[in-house]
Design a protein around this ligand. Structure first.
Ligand code: PMP
Length: 444
């Protein structure tokens, strides 16, 4: 692999950058810095090859260093680096929207572009609220999320999200009028399921109780990840999403799926919504949209919602948007990424490898402290019992050991999450899980 392109940046002091979601002091003592990447591998600044078990942060679904993407971006920055996004435009976001609408679940053919998953979440919530007003249902202001949900870090997504650690420091300032459905993680009944767990669809009925409490006429939307990623790959029980869909529809409540992780092939179709046969009213995405190469998010909105906005007085229909909505470089990257996904049939690959992947992962079940393994498509998690000396310690130890041994895995608490690029080969699956197994054995 090539030398870093900016030699002056190769050996920076580690004092000035405040890293996100990071133990900054510990990191400084034990830095993990990557310098280049190609295919399934990163290379660290100390020259080690690291097998990418996470597609970066769930985003590089076509693997790293894809020439088609870097060349498209380079061409684009030389041709049109930026165009104003309000009351002005350029052809690329229109072309991209057309391509995305063609792979979207039925009806979700209006695209609003953002720069991240967090912005997609807040955009979706705002569209839901504005839609309810637009159709004369302005009392529908309440939002419903789910325990352990993750919808990024903006105030909307954070409020609807249900990861306590993320919310604690800001709890007094979150949005009012938000409730949370129970999460669906149930290790007692569902441990070591392959694919969707059998038990727990009835958790969706908690929505009926919230409707009874607040009145449907006060509830705007329910937002969930069809599969919770950040909380540790929590899969929806069989029938759960269908039940949520049925209840929301019956009460005029919008259903929003956050597919920032599950979008673009992770579970074996373009979107989890298609794999599990439930179409939401709004769907959010980011990450894999550009294969991680340029920040971008997209919100898929159902045609009937868009149409409602177009009934109002002439003029700006939605007072919302970003300087970088539909940014030329992001659009160029996304179009090139979609070309790769389709040409190499990578979404189908996640299904084709699912049996092998799940069998290999479930092969770790007898290792020390393993209490559950979950898997579908090309995503999975190994959950460990917490160390009595402190939750999260075992997960962190395994993550660090894997990195030393040449594999990137992700830990969230004591759950190790895996989501390799969809180009992974069987031997690389074997190697990834061998490194993980070695790290788990060292816990004993
Ligand atoms: N929603 C989900 C489901 C996510 O997994 C994430 C990121 N992990 C986000 C939203 C936030 O995305 P971003 O970090 O790009 O803001």
């Amino acid at each position: 692999m090539s030398e870093p392109s900016q030699p002056h940046a190769a050996n920076p002091r580690l004092d000035d950058y405040w890293m996100p979601f990071t133990a900054n002091r510990q990191f400084k003592a034990n830095p993990r810095l990557l310098e280049s990447a190609e295919g399934m591998y990163y290379r660290s600044v100390d020259g080690r090859q690291i097998l990418d078990g996470c597609a970066g942060l769930w985003c590089c679904n076509a693997g790293h260093g894809r020439r088609e993407i870097s060349e498209a971006v380079a061409r684009q920055v030389a041709t049109l680096d930026y165009a104003p996004s309000f009351q002005m435009g350029h052809p690329l976001p229109f072309a991209l929207a057309e391509r995305l609408a063609a792979i979207a679940p039925p009806g979700l053919n209006k695209l609003f572009f953002t720069n991240s998953g967090s912005e997609s979440a807040d955009t979706a919530l705002k569209i839901a609220l504005a839609y309810q007003r637009a159709i004369g249902q302005g009392t529908r202001t309440r939002l419903i999320g789910r325990e352990l949900g993750y919808h990024g870090v903006g105030f909307g997504g954070l409020s609807v999200g249900g990861m306590l650690g993320n919310r604690r420091a800001f709890s007094a300032n979150l949005l009012p009028g938000v409730d949370h459905l129970p999460h669906t993680l149930d290790i007692e009944r569902n441990a070591f399921s392959r694919g969707l767990p059998a038990f727990g669809a009835e958790q969706a009925d908690a929505l009926e109780r919230l409707v009874a409490l607040h009145g449907a006429e006060n509830i705007a939307a329910v937002m969930v990840e069809p599969m919770s990623g950040s909380a540790g790959v929590i899969l929806p029980p069989v029938g759960y999403l269908q039940r949520l869909r049925e209840i929301t529809r019956r009460h005029g409540i919008l259903l929003i799926f956050d597919e920032v992780i599950t979008g673009f092939g992770r579970v074996g179709e373009a979107f989890a919504s298609q794999r599990w046969g439930v179409v939401p009213d709004i769907l959010t995405s980011a990450k894999g949209l550009t294969n991680g190469a340029v920040p971008m998010g997209a919100v898929f909105v159902h045609q009937y919602i868009f149409d409602a906005f177009m009934q109002g007085p002439d003029g700006i229909e939605l007072f919302h948007g970003y300087t970088y909505s539909g940014h030329p470089l992001a659009c160029a990257a996304a179009l090139a990424a979609l070309d790769i996904y389709q040409k190499e049939e990578l979404f189908q690959r996640a299904v084709a490898l699912e049996d092998y992947w799940c069998a290999a992962l479930l092969g770790l079940r007898d290792l020390p402290h393993v209490v559950d393994i979950r898997c579908v498509g090309l995503v999975g998690a190994v959950q460990l019992a917490a160390d009595p000396a402190g939750a999260g310690r075992r997960g962190q130890r395994v993550f660090e050991q894997c990195f030393r041994d040449g594999a990137l895995v992700r830990c969230t608490g004591d759950t190790l999450a895996l989501s390799p690029p969809l180009i992974i080969e069987r031997e690389q699956i074997d190697r990834l899980l061998e490194i993980l197994a070695g790290a788990l054995r060292q816990l004993a």
